[in-house]
Design a protein. Structure first.
Length: 498
């Protein structure tokens, strides 16, 4: 990208995005026309470059991002005050397949991972304590702290208890979602040993929960039901954890092809640069990894609204198209069933950063998945079945969506952000800044700077640097959230609590 003061993303666009703040009265030259800026306009925000009548669509990324609320003149600052979403309820869709083959060679690159007994590969070798119910969170945390103190934090990559509030007083789908996500965590290859910690009287009965794991490695996954322990349940848990630790501490990294890498794609605290720098960079990496035989997953279904037809038409089969239609319309029905509109997603931070409607957000958000065909569609709590680009049902909430990506089997989450955020889920959560200012201000949060794309660095050069960084993280280099110890899980809830 060239070093200009604004960027027109697509030739069809009727707005440009400011790469710096503009003052009222300044002029910009666009497509042979000189336009006078009508209001002070912040960096990352949009300036209209064509007179637009009330009700007429405004175009960005080559697609409508909503319509003008009133007659607007070229030069005006376009924001949530004069732009209205076109989104409403569920829609009927038609399948118009677009097959764009990826002309990216397989370079045979590798990373150093932990090959598990079932053939899955982890990028970390950690000891985890997974409560079946929130009632034993305190015991789980005490066990993690005691094992860390005994071992000095050596021998494995980390020791964690994944506390949560659920596992009891839930019904039907809510209850099943909890069981699925906890199952997925227990089976995740980033863990070299797992203690499943139950109470005994919870809805999520420990023995029944263990049956959901299928044919699991009983040397690496153990169960303790605390109500059945005579005496000190902490010491009983420590006996099991010491055994798990002894095994896991002997594990060694092995050279693995990139086809074994599974990467989640997520954004949060987005701004006007998200769809220009960080998300396209992640999209280029996603295409590269898919071309190497690996897997990426895009979620945040509400942030697909307005860009969903692009994804639908990239589905490899009519069956995947129908699954994607269901993915979208089911989430819209979820909004509508709670009396909420489907188009009111952008947060105050999004709007302050230059994102005015959900379509504006979605068209930038979906760039994280590049151009690869859609090879799989997953329900919430499902685990990856197909390599390539997958779509996953989960909300846009950062913690819930990142947990869902990890639960599906991703070993790492790439998280783009323009505003910044410190959090991480139970796998490495690598933060990618959309702008250099954020990268400079929050070096303790951010792992990589995509802002260089508007400062003269080419996409081809930066995607190579980015790929090297991801491979380093997959091979053991810690992300900022790991260094800080900012790690947690969040399970999607959509029901009553008894």
């Amino acid at each position: 990208m060239n070093q200009s003061s604004f960027i027109k993303i697509n030739p069809a666009d009727t707005v440009v995005v400011c790469l710096r703040a503009f003052s009222k009265g300044e002029t910009i030259d666009v497509d042979g026309k000189t336009i006078t800026v009508a209001q002070d306009t912040p960096m990352g925000h949009k300036i209209l470059i064509a007179d637009t009548a009330e009700g007429v669509n405004i175009i960005k990324y080559g697609y409508p991002i909503g319509h003008a609320k009133t007659d607007l003149k070229a030069g005006e600052w376009v924001n949530e005050n004069n732009l209205k979403t076109n989104l409403s309820g569920t829609l009927a869709y038609e399948y118009h397949p677009v097959n764009e083959p990826l002309s990216i060679p397989n370079e045979g690159r590798t990373f150093e991972g932990y090959v598990r007994a079932n053939g899955e590969v982890g990028i970390r070798n950690e000891i985890w304590i997974v409560p079946t119910v929130g009632c034993v969170n305190g015991i789980a945390e005490r066990l993690a702290a005691q094992l860390s103190a005994e071992t000095g934090g050596k021998g494995v990559d980390a020791i964690h208890a994944w506390h949560h509030n659920y596992g009891c007083s839930q019904l039907s789908e809510d209850h099943e979602n909890t069981r699925k996500v906890l199952r997925d965590i227990v089976l995740h290859p980033n863990a070299g040993g797992v203690l499943v910690l139950g109470l005994g009287c919870e809805n999520n009965q420990p023995e029944d929960f263990m049956a959901t794991l299928g044919d699991y490695d009983k040397d690496r996954i153990r169960l303790l039901v605390t109500q059945k322990v005579e005496g000190d349940e902490v010491e009983a848990g420590m006996e099991i954890l010491r055994q798990l630790y002894d095994q896991a501490s002997k594990d060694q990294r092995q050279t693995c092809p990139l086809s074994c890498l599974r990467v989640g794609l997520k954004c949060g605290g987005s701004d006007g640069f998200s769809g220009i720098t960080a998300n396209p960079l992640v999209g280029e990496f996603s295409d590269y990894l898919v071309a190497q035989g690996g897997t990426t997953i895009l979620t945040e279904v509400p942030e697909m609204f307005g860009a969903e037809t692009i994804l639908m038409n990239r589905c490899e089969t009519p069956q995947l198209f129908e699954q994607t239609v269901k993915l979208i319309n089911d989430f819209k029905e979820y909004f509508l069933s709670h009396g909420e509109p489907v188009g009111e997603n952008p947060s105050p931070g999004n709007k302050a950063g230059g994102i005015s409607t959900l379509e504006d957000k979605a068209l930038g958000c979906t760039q994280k998945c590049g151009r690869a065909p859609v090879s799989g569609v997953l329900a919430y709590g499902d685990r990856i079945k197909t390599n390539g680009l997958n779509l996953l049902s989960a909300p846009g909430n950062d913690l819930v969506a990142a947990t869902a990506l990890a639960s599906a089997g991703c070993q790492i989450v790439l998280f783009t952000t323009g505003r910044g955020t410190p959090f991480g889920t139970f796998i490495p959560t690598m933060k990618v800044a959309t702008n250099s200012n954020l990268f400079a201000r929050k070096p303790n949060w951010i792992d990589f700077n995509a802002g260089k794309l508007v400062e003269g660095t080419s996409m081809s050069d930066l995607v190579r640097e980015f790929t090297d960084k991801i491979i380093a993280v997959a091979s053991g280099q810690r992300t900022r959230n790991e260094e800080n110890g900012y790690r947690e899980i969040s399970i999607f809830k959509n029901g009553v609590t008894l």
